[in-house]
Design a protein around this ligand. Sequence first.
Ligand code: ZN
Length: 333
Amino acid sequence: MAIKQLLKRTSGWLYLNSSVGRQQLHGAGVILMLHRVLPNDRAADLPHRNELCVGPKAFEHLLVWLKKHFDCVPLMEILQPGSLRSERPKVTLTFDDGWRDNAVHAFPLLQKYQVPASIFLSTDFIGSRQRFWWESIGETLWNSHGEKARLHLIECLQQMGRPLPVLCDDPDVQRRSLALLHFLQNLKTLSPVDLNRLTDECPQESLPQALDWHQVRSLEASGLVRFGPHGASHAILTGLDDQRLDEELSRSRQALLNSCNRPLPVYCYPNGDNDERVRQHVAEHHFPFALGTGTGIYRGNCDPLALPRFGVSQRTARNPELLSWRIYRGGRP
Ligand SMILES: [Zn+2]
C-alpha cells in the first residue's frame, strides 16, 4: 500500500478514536452517497466502475465498520433530529439513480445489519427499459456485450467526432479501464440527444438496469428504505430552461407521490448540479431539503437545499478509514 494511503488510513482511524474527533462529530450527521452494488467485488475494483460501484464484500465491510463507529439512522433523523440525543455521531446512506442492484445486492445486506437507507429515483427509468448512457456505453466499450457490439459503437462514436483513444485498447486491464473512465468523462460534453442516440446503439441487457415500482414498494414496505426523486430523465437541472425544469421537478415528484406511501421531502440533484435558480424552483415544488455532491458534514447550519455528502467508492468501502480521513478533512471548522 502506498505510504500516503497508509497515512490517511491511520489518521482517519486516530481521528474517529480521539476525543477531538468525537467532539467534532458530536451532534453532527454524515450523509454518504452511493450508486450501485455489483454482484462481485472484482468487477467493482476496475477504475471505470470504482467511483459509482461497490462490490458486496466491500459494502458489507463498510456496513460493519459504520455500525462500529456511528449510529446508522434514516436520512430524516439527521435532517429533522428527534429528541433522542446520542453520544455517537450519526451516519445515513443514500443511493442515487435507482439501480436494480440496490434491491438485489444492497438490500439483503442492509436488512442483515438493519441499516436504513434512502434511494433517489430518476423516475422515468423506474419500471422501464430506459438506460443510463454511461453504463450502456461504458460496458459496451468494455466489451461486456461482445466484440461486434463494441466495434459498432466505436464506429458510431467516430462518426460523432469522438474516436476511441488507442489507450482504450491497452493490453493492461487497469490502464485500459482508466482510459475508458477518462473517455466516458469527456463524453459528458455531448448533448443529451447524442448520448441517447449512442445508448440506442448499445445492445439491451437481459434485465432492465433500473428498479421497477413493485421492487420500490416492497423495499418501502420493509420500513428500512425510503425514496425520493433524482430528476425524471436525469437531465442536468442547471441546463434546463424554467419550463423544462418545472416539468422535470413535477413529473418526478408526482411519480413518487403516485407510487410510494411516504416519499421523502428531499430532492437529489442529478450529478449534484444546482444553482440559485434551480434551488428556488425545488423549494417551490415543496421540497424543503435537497442533496448536492459538495463534501462536508451536516450540522444543521448549511443551506438545506444544497446538503453535503461524502461519495463512497469501491476503494473507500474496502478501506473505510479513508472515509474517516475525508470526514476529518471535511469536518474541520
Ligand atoms: Zn445520478
